[in-house]
Design a binder for this molecule. Structure first.
Ligand SMILES: Nc1ncnc2c1ncn2[C@@H]1O[C@H](COP(=O)(O)OP(=O)(O)OP(=O)(O)O)[C@@H](O)[C@H]1O
Length: 259
């Protein structure tokens, strides 16, 4: 379900790496909006600037120029307190390699962001139980990452990204390290989280299967957005997947099988 209203505005974002004689223009003027409740995908070839874009939005890196607004607020203008709140509770980040701490249990990994921000434990516990139930990780909350499968690790990481009720979840290739079955399971969960609670998700992916769960996909190349696909109201995921494949084939990408 797509609700009205701009949640995130990316305006003419540019990011150069390197110095004078050796500059890489990773982002070359990227502009787009994300509506509240959208599940937006970003696709593009390797080196097209996808992770750079996500990391600028996450304030992991600083853009060379341009800006990102969350609910109308310029995130570059945040003071250190606002920035800590933004990173800690207004965005959730889901990494390709899970980024779980090995010496903490699943539950401790999930609750860590909240304990850093001093959130009430009873409230956190209720939220944890709800997320664990939906993500089917209740039985592994006391296990350490080394005792979990890849799919379980990523669902624990998904719970961590959601525990603070962020305005938006930023996911960078969340299925990249998963087998087909675990990838489909994770995408079903993310789709459910988007549909059931209206959580806005921005996901970077190479994978047309993962992208077919999105409501809209932006394609970037050489640091600019050059195409958009929108899933139609009546369109099945399989049909959307076919359209994504067709577009990738026109652009010179490969083919695959729907999961
Ligand atoms: N820290 C850095 N220093 C210099 N160049 C960088 C740095 N990070 C990324 N780049 C370059 O910026 C460009 C965009 O990189 P980015 O990682 O954003 O692309 P991507 O689309 O996410 O790629 P992939 O799909 O392979 O992960 C690439 O040419 C890359 O080599």
């Amino acid at each position: 379900m797509v609700r009205q209203g701009k949640l995130l505005e990316v305006k003419d974002l540019q990011k150069n790496y390197g110095k004078k004689n050796n500059i890489t223009k990773a982002l070359n003027g990227v502009s787009f909006d994300i509506l509240l409740g959208e599940f937006l995908g970003i696709m593009g070839p390797s080196g097209s600037g996808k992770t750079t874009l996500l990391n600028c939005i996450a304030t992991i890196i600083k853009p060379t120029s341009g800006c990102v607004l969350l609910k109308g607020e310029n995130i570059s203008a945040f003071d250190s307190k606002d920035l800590a709140e933004y990173r800690g509770s207004r965005i959730g980040y889901l990494f390709q390699d899970f980024a779980l701490l090995d010496n903490l249990t699943g539950q401790e990994n999930i609750l860590l962001p909240l304990s850093i921000h001093g959130v009430d434990f009873a409230k956190a516990r209720a939220k944890l139980d709800e997320l664990a139930d939906f993500l089917e990780i209740t039985d592994i909350l006391n296990k350490f990452p080394a005792q979990m499968s890849g799919g379980q690790k990523q669902r624990v990481a998904a719970a961590r990204s959601l525990i603070s009720d962020p305005d938006i979840v930023l996911a960078d290739e969340p299925t990249g390290a998963l087998d087909t079955r675990s990838a489909r399971n994770l995408m079903n969960k993310l789709e459910g989280i988007n549909r059931n609670s209206g959580r806005t998700i921005l996901m970077v992916t190479h994978d047309p299967n993962a992208a077919s769960f999105c409501s809209r996909i932006l394609f970037i190349q050489d640091g600019v957005v050059f195409h958009e696909l929108r899933r139609k109201q009546e369109e099945s995921r399989e049909e959307f997947y076919e359209r994504i494949l067709q577009l990738l084939a026109q652009l010179g990408g490969g083919s695959a099988n729907v999961f």
